[in-house]
Design a protein around this ligand. Structure first.
Ligand code: FAD
Length: 536
């Protein structure tokens, strides 16, 4: 069944079919009990039809009732995104600010009708894709006088594939797996794999400037966007398909990353590539974190352009690949549709060895393009399983508070930046989570001028106290990252959560200019108020 047609889960990422079984939750509870030294049991999942919601403040007019509903179930299902605190609330049956109605427009006429209805009544309009936002990008503001979630699930078609230019016109509601399944028979791929790929949509990716892994040199969705078609309350915003253009500020660049505050993205032309057949991977072990990041910098600056360069610090390398707690692990991946990759991976391994990197020759795996491979997967395989198997539902609600924060920073500031962040966040973690606190880091993306460090933290939090503890840790992390010169987010977007850091890092004149653009496109400020900027 295509992803768009599957029933969504309200307490874990993705669909009902992604929900962990009772057995899996019990096994996780046993593992967490062992770590905490006290017995924990999985909380019961509430019945969605029985949870209490505030009554809807909206009467859906007859002409819209074919695709807009104020029904209980849909309102509850569209209340939250994918942040752990949101899922925790959902698990506990707390749905404080549900949207008053949910629209499922089936075509652009219906999209126009629902947006214009919201505009006439000044209802908050919230574009909705896969709901994997981890920055509260779908929340209904407490002071809204009525809110409508606009679910793009019916915009699930690849409208056109241009095999000559290698691009496709894709509707906003297309989910990652459905997109790749459609492109595969054409021998094409977008090759954009955020970790949330199975549950997120093309419109969500463009709206949030998502970052993919296995990116074959292109990391952010920005690199793939050829043209955007977006409906604003003031009319359509459609750019021309161009491979490149020097004609002034780019209309696409304003739509990309607009996080639903300027309009609803209806479709986008995205650049594609041939499916890779030549692959090469290597997992290199370093005696320390420093040796690992020094090698990583030299590899990325050698312009070998690996598709994947991911460094795990000793804590992460121990947890996901079984290393000794001192060693770091660098995962190197190359791929191409046309060119054998063996020479490149050996070049990267040569640099890694110059920085104390250890790898047996047999652990360099090279696929020769016919499906035949030499070498073993080793630590790379173990890491991949840990990366793909991520599932919030299995551990949430068991007394373990776990979250991540991500950023990027130039190499010249790097080691001091890391020390500063670990120092400040480590103190906040010890203060709130005591001896159970853990903090670790990996580079999810690496650029010639700097890494994108991704920090994970966890620890025991008393049920009910999670939100307050989380907020203290998050505030500390944001301040530490931004004060030390990093960005408030590398790929998780700004939403409402990252506003304090974003407000600090962008020029005041830029914010004023963005507000002016919003006034022009969305004069009544109905679209996602509070995301990125405050409404006028
Ligand atoms: C487990 C997990 C892993 C993740 N890994 C990554 C990762 O590797 N890289 C990464 O970049 N992000 C990641 N994220 C964050 C999230 O998946 C991305 O922000 C993603 O792009 C959101 O897509 P979505 O379809 O789920 O959008 P939603 O969550 O539905 O919406 C996100 C925001 O975009 C707006 N929006 C959605 N659709 C449209 C549209 N058609 N027009 C206008 N605005 C729209 C919404 O109003 C909202 O503000 C992860 C999230 C989770 C839960």
């Amino acid at each position: 069944m295509p992803v768009w047609d599957q029933p969504r889960s309200f307490w874990t990422w993705g669909n009902v079919s992604d929900e962990p079984s009772e057995d899996e939750r019990k096994k996780m509870a046993a593992a967490i009990s062992a770590r905490l030294g006290q017995e924990v049991t999985p909380p019961p999942i509430p019945n969605l039809d029985e949870i209490e919601l505030t009554p809807s403040r909206i009467t859906v007019p007859e002409p819209l009732s074919a695709f807009v509903t104020a029904g209980h179930r849909q309102r509850a299902l569209h209340t939250y995104g994918g942040h752990v605190l949101e899922l925790l609330k959902a698990m506990r049956g707390q749905f404080d600010h549900p949207p008053d109605a949910v629209a499922h427009p089936r075509n652009e006429d219906e999209l126009e009708a629902v947006l214009s209805w919201c505009d006439q009544h000044s209802y908050t309009a919230i574009p909705y894709g896969g709901a994997t936002t981890v920055v509260w990008g779908l929340s209904v503001p407490a002071d809204s006088n009525g809110a409508v979630s606009i679910d793009m699930a019916h915009f699930h078609q690849v409208l056109e594939i241009d095999e000559v230019s290698r691009a496709a016109n894709i509707q906003a509601g297309v989910f990652g797996p459905d997109l790749e399944a459609t492109l595969k028979p054409h021998g094409l791929t977008l090759r954009h794999f955020p970790q949330s790929f199975p549950w997120s949509t093309v419109g969500g990716w463009v709206a949030t400037r998502s970052g993919g892994h296995y990116a074959t040199n292109h990391t952010h969705i920005d690199d793939f966007v050829e043209a955007v078609r977006m409906l604003t309350p003031s009319g359509w915003w459609e750019s021309r398909r161009l491979p490149g253009s020097g004609a002034g500020p780019s209309p696409d660049r304003l739509a990309i990353g607009s996080e639903g505050i300027l309009g609803v993205i209806s479709s986008v032309w995205l650049r594609l590539q041939k499916r890779p057949v030549y692959r090469a991977t290597a997992g290199v072990v370093f005696p320390s974190w420093q040796a690992g990041y020094d090698a990583t910098r030299h590899i990325v600056q050698a312009k070998l352009w690996p598709a994947n360069l991911r460094l795990l610090d000793p804590a992460e390398a121990e947890q996901s690949a079984g290393l000794n707690g001192q060693q770091s692990l660098l995962i190197i991946g190359f791929e191409s549709a046309d060119v054998p990759q063996g020479a490149y991976v050996w070049e990267a391994v040569k640099i890694a060895r110059e920085f104390e990197g250890q790898i047996d020759d047999e652990d360099v795996r090279i696929d020769d393009g016919t499906g035949q491979a030499t070498g073993r997967e080793g630590a790379v395989g173990a890491w991949r399983q840990a990366f793909i198997g991520v599932n919030a539902g299995v551990s949430n609600g068991l007394g373990l508070l776990a979250d991540t924060f991500e950023t990027s920073i130039t190499w010249d500031k790097w080691p001091e930046f890391d020390a500063h962040v670990r120092d400040r966040v480590g103190a906040a973690l010890r203060e709130t989570l005591g001896a159970s606190a853990r903090l670790s880091c990996r580079f999810t993306h690496v650029y010639p001028d700097g890494p994108a460090p991704y920090y994970s933290f966890s620890g025991v939090a008393a049920p009910g106290g999670e939100a307050e503890i989380w907020q203290h840790i998050k505030d500390t992390a944001t301040a530490a990252v931004v004060d030390a010169g990093g960005t408030s987010t590398h790929h998780h977007a700004v939403g409402r959560m990252h506003r304090p850091g974003y407000d600090q890092q962008v020029p005041t004149t830029f914010k004023a200019a963005l507000r002016a653009v919003k006034r022009e496109l969305d004069p009544r400020g109905i679209l996602n108020p509070g995301v990125l900027i405050d409404p006028d």
